[in-house]
Design a protein around this ligand. Structure first.
Ligand code: PLP
Length: 406
């Protein structure tokens, strides 16, 4: 499997230099991947997309036929997603929801609230009484549950089962369930339980996590003699930046979830991946401005950098990439060219942290050649510090059957 689609390759080679760097998204590839993920999941498992991974309106719309809804984590995401995919179900999560954000969500008729603290529960109840007096708001308290130690050891971003600002401590579970079921808050309905405990897990570990969330939730419900309709077991499916042609094992995960669902026929299971849905559909394309030899190593300075694609800097990996050779060289002096096998690709920022990929096998890389960084469809542009050094912003291209540009 190539990590560069033909449509993206063509676009990257056809753009004039002045239009680089550019984010190029292959929406056809995104649809194909999303359809594959949906098909791997049992019918009874709902799929929500965590919008924070990549909230571009074109991405949200392309995913729409394959997802049951969207998870939003701020008032800003809420308004944005509601506009991009009108009428689709939303779940409002995230720590530190401000009162005005909660009110805006209630006024929009958001389907589900993932409540992160007791204070937030009291606030939601008070605001729901005002904003939506005739209705009952569906609540899924988010719990920071302990999970089997072995499964989280592999995780790159574990946030469950240890001190964290996310979710409720399990010790608060009984109090919260009582508040939601003893008539204290008639405007709120305990719909289920939510947990998102780690990111970067492979299918077997993530299944162990899902099983422990479900059995904990079922135990809680039994203890209180209440019925839970839904358990959301979160996202966190791994994307392996070191092996970019690999994919999370959706088939194994779907099979495991099917077994879990069959043991709990009254329960709707829901997952909310972000990264593993959209990472593969985006590329950050640029050109090599200069190639230098420095103290025994080769450096290629690319137009752009980590202020556009922060992912490798923030996760500490080398962003996988493909080199596209360009023969044109219009200057009368010699073209800078790498002398050695391995080249470190940096950006234009005046900081040693501006590294996109270290020691890339790119013998003969020249100024003017182009580079397409793959797996740039999630947590890429939208997590980057765009204004640092005031370089121009990249272009954005959303390739579709008709290869519509923007
Ligand atoms: C970020 C987040 C997700 C998505 O995580 P991925 O690692 O991108 O799959 C899902 N749920 C919650 C609550 C999150 O904060």
């Amino acid at each position: 499997m190539t990590i560069l689609t033909a449509a993206v390759r063509d676009r990257v080679l056809s753009l004039p230099s002045s239009e680089l760097p550019a984010y190029v998204y292959d929406l056809a590839a995104l649809r194909e991947h999303a359809a594959f993920v949906r098909a791997a999941l049992p019918e009874r498992v709902e799929l929500y997309y965590a919008a924070k991974a990549n909230p571009e309106p074109e991405i949200l719309a392309a995913l729409s036929p394959y997802v049951d809804g969207y998870e939003v984590a701020s008032g800003g995401e809420l308004a944005h997603v509601a506009k991009a995919v009108p009428g689709r179900p939303l779940a409002f999560g995230g720590p530190g929801k401000a009162p005005a954000e909660i009110t805006a969500a209630l006024e929009r008729g958001v389907e589900r609230f993932h409540v992160e603290s007791a204070h937030e529960l009291h606030m939601l109840a008070a605001l729901a009484r005002q904003a939506a007096p005739g209705t009952r708001v569906a609540v899924l308290p988010r719990f920071n549950l302990p999970v089997a130690a072995g499964s989280l050891a592999a995780s790159s971003l574990a946030m469950g089962g240890r001190p964290a600002p996310f979710g409720l401590d399990p010790s608060q579970a009984d109090t919260v369930v009582r508040l939601l079921t003893d008539g204290t808050y008639p405007h709120l309905e305990l719909r289920g339980v939510h947990a998102h405990l780690a990111s970067g897990l492979r299918a077997p570990e993530l299944l162990t996590v899902a099983e422990s969330i479900v059995s904990w939730a079922v135990g809680l419900a039994e203890r209180h003699g209440v019925r839970l309709a839904e358990v959301n077991v979160g996202g966190g499916m791994t994307v392996d930046y070191g092996v970019p042609e690999s994919r999370f094992d959706w088939a194994a995960y779907g099979e495991g979830l099917a077994q879990l669902a069959s043991r709990h026929p009254d329960l709707t299971l829901r997952i909310e991946p972000g990264r593993a849905l959209t990472a593969y559909c985006g590329w950050y394309a640029t050109e090599v401005l200069d190639v230098k030899h420095s103290h025994g190593e080769e450096f290629a300075v690319a137009r752009g950098g980590t202020h556009h694609l922060r992912t490798p800097a923030t996760k500490g990996h080398d962003q996988p990439c493909s080199v596209l050779e360009v023969e044109d060289w219009s200057y009368p002096w010699p073209r800078p060219v790498a002398q050695r096998e391995l080249v470190t690709l940096t950006g234009q920022l005046c900081t040693p942290k501006d590294v996109l990929a270290r020691n890339v096998p790119a013998p003969g890389l020249r100024a003017g050649d182009r580079v397409a960084f793959a797996l740039a469809g999630a947590y890429a542009w939208n997590i980057s510090h765009h204004d640092f050094l005031m370089h121009p912003r990249p272009g954005f291209h959303f390739l579709d059957a008709e290869t519509i540009g923007r």
